[in-house]
Ligand binder design. Structure first.
Ligand code: COA
Length: 332
């Protein structure tokens, strides 16, 4: 069996910065509340006619491919993780395939929300390990600011989410103990209703009604307290599961890159694992929660800051809507 290594990383965030103070103009919230509860100070929102989920993904992908040293034509599969695709269908992966001028390679969209990047990484890893593909482009990209309502009734979600994209190029390598050591994926669908966007789904004969435009039922719903309580348990559990599967301990991890859901969640995990600050990478302060894009954006920034050097053991972990969660251990 082959092994999968991360050959290149990249990211793109829209130029439009929205601070907590900006949000204060639209709803009853405050910089102090948002900072204390989430750690977020600002986020990026897409610019219409410039950024789309696919286009932001393409910008991140171009950087990742360039940094991998590969030629675009060496990519033989695309995986696109998002909960905010350009269209209801088809997926954004095919838009990337077309707009980047790839030949007719396969493109798969992944719908696993905040865990989407790790689910995508796991799928890519299986394809590469078995020899089916050699180089896979994995993108996580989100445009979330246009299905949030900037009002009091949606303030619990409006202050958390942001837009952006990250990408990695995954390449086949010989089995020398480097690369993706393991991925662990989980789901607990009984909590699907706790973080959900019901409408316009397919359960109703008339999927979009006039009432939905005003009564708030088009907006995503989040039981923040419930998400928080499950997240802190599952993050730790799935990180320890990864370590145990590889006969490693928390001390062996050089850098933990958690999905950027809430700074308090990351800090709680850090405390539970007994990590010093420099072992946990956080950038939610600048970008908010960018769902499937958060880990590859953070990975790319950590790489730019020189924190991801050859030989280092990197752990990534995520939890989100579904509920779904997962982890991966990567030896660089
Ligand atoms: N500004 C000011 N007040 C707000 C607010 C906002 N943006 N959003 C909610 N509130 C209010 C609530 O209305 C409530 O008021 P009340 O006590 O008068 O009823 C109060 O703040 C506390 O609300 P609560 O929802 O209990 O706060 P919390 O401490 O749970 O924090 C979250 C809210 C959303 C920050 C927190 O639950 C969280 O981060 N959860 C995890 C979310 C997450 O990670 N989601 C992504 C999935 S990966």
């Amino acid at each position: 069996m082959y092994q999968t290594r991360i050959a290149g990383v990249g990211h793109y965030v829209p130029e439009n910065i929205v601070t907590n103070h900006d949000l204060e103009q639209y709803m009853d919230t405050s910089d102090a509340w948002i900072t204390e509860r989430t750690g977020i100070k600002e986020r990026r929102f897409f610019t219409e006619n410039k950024d789309t989920t696919a286009r932001m993904g393409i910008k991140a992908a171009e950087q990742a491919i360039e940094r991998s040293g590969l030629h675009k034509n060496e990519i033989d599969f695309i995986i696109f993780a998002t909960l905010s695709p350009d269209y209801y269908f088809p997926g954004s992966g095919v838009i990337v395939q077309n707009e980047m001028g790839f030949p007719n390679i396969g493109a798969l969209d992944i719908r696993n929300q905040c865990s989407g990047f790790i689910y995508g990484l796991s799928v890519a890893d299986q394809f590469i390990k078995t020899g089916m593909y050699k180089n896979i482009l994995l993108i996580g990209s989100e445009t979330q600011s246009n299905f949030i309502e900037f009002s009091d009734r949606h303030r619990n979600m409006a202050v958390i989410f942001g837009d952006g994209a990250g990408a990695v190029v995954l390449s086949r390598c010989d089995n020398t103990g480097k690369g993706i050591l393991s991925t662990h994926l989980h789901a607990e669908g009984k909590y699907a209703q706790e973080l959900i966007n019901y409408h316009p789904g397919t359960r109703q004969k008339i999927r979009l009604t006039f009432d939905m435009l005003t009564d708030g039922s088009l907006l995503p719903y989040m039981n923040g307290n419930m998400v928080f309580k499950h997240a802190v348990v599952r993050f730790e559990e799935v990180i320890l599961e990864a370590l145990s599967a590889n006969h490693l301990s928390p001390d062996d991890i050089d850098l933990l890159i958690p999905h950027q859901a809430n700074l308090r969640i990351s800090q709680y995990i850090q405390k539970r694992l007994g990590f010093p600050d420099e072992k946990v990478f956080n950038n939610i302060q600048k970008y908010g929660n960018t769902t499937a894009a958060s880990i590859p954006i953070a990975f790319s920034e950590a790489w730019e800051q020189g924190l991801i050097q050859p030989g280092k053991l990197i752990c990534i972990a995520a939890f989100g809507s579904g509920f779904t969660w997962g982890s991966a251990l990567i030896r660089m």
